[in-house]
Ligand binder design. Sequence first.
Ligand SMILES: Nc1ncnc2c1ncn2[C@@H]1O[C@H](COP(=O)(O)OP(=O)(O)OP(=O)(O)O)[C@@H](O)[C@H]1O
Length: 304
Amino acid sequence: MGVEICVEGLTKSFGHQVIWQDVSLTLPAGQISVMLGPSGTGKSVFLKTLVGLLKPDRGSIVIAGQDITELREHDLYEVRKLFGVLFQDGALFGSMNLYDNIAFPLREHTRKPESEVRRIVLEKMDMVGLIGAEEKLPGEISGGMRKRAGLARALVLDPEIILFDEPDSGLDPVRVAYLNQLIVDLNAQIDATFLIVTHDIASARQVPDNIGLLFRRELVMFGPREELLTSEEPVVRQFLNGRMQGPIGMAEEKDAAQVEQELAQIDEVAAPAVMTPRLLPSTGIDRPDRWKDIARREQEAVAK
Ligand SMILES: Nc1ncnc2c1ncn2[C@@H]1O[C@H](COP(=O)(O)OP(=O)(O)OP(=O)(O)O)[C@@H](O)[C@H]1O
């Protein structure tokens, strides 16, 4: 079972540039959460802060009973073992084949014999559909395969929490669909806590239990998927519908009068909020108990 992450009053700046302030949210154990936000709103900085690579100015991050913002480097190292991170490009070593790339954290952080390393590596490669590609070099495979290899590597230490930094970037829509299914299936199988940073609205609508949105240096909203998909909050509505009309501008915030005018226009042609169905785990994968609640919440949202 994954662990809960409880963030309270978190603020981060670089010099005089405040990235976000007073962010509070709880990532529930074992659930999938997505963090959205326009470019440059500090989503990657948020991931790096959670894993202890960046220190916040204020606030706390409690993981498994410990506030990691107060830990010294040696103790942080232990906490980091709870995390698996899938970086944007998979962050594989170009000169190592996939087998050695995926075995790397096991060889680096454990003293497991090679026979055990082999068992684990092949198990994780099987989970992400990469059996048979052990000898391939990262440069010889597609972007989608590189992401899956990065994911297999993030899994080998059996993490309680997995952070995904734009897992869908650079992938075509079909590969994104396969990757989303893999994420949902893995979550049902290993029950870890997942946090995904993405720009892909279709993924954000279908994959998570919870959605958060960063804008104007603040967490505008964080809550169950159904709540955000049906929210009337202008920023949430604009972002989840991928519209130009609303408070979010091309390069900066718009002035209030323009926003008001645009929102009035939207209301004239307002379509009802669409409740995208949740992506289900594949047939044959046992669903964790919380899926009963998910189905109930979805029905309630549709009935509204
Ligand atoms: N180490 C750093 N030192 C100084 N500024 C930084 C550092 N890391 C990030 N920033 C700044 O923090 C801001 C947020 O960056 P971040 O990469 O987290 O945004 P993002 O929301 O992930 O963007 P995108 O969606 O485009 O990937 C940017 O203005 C960036 O320049």
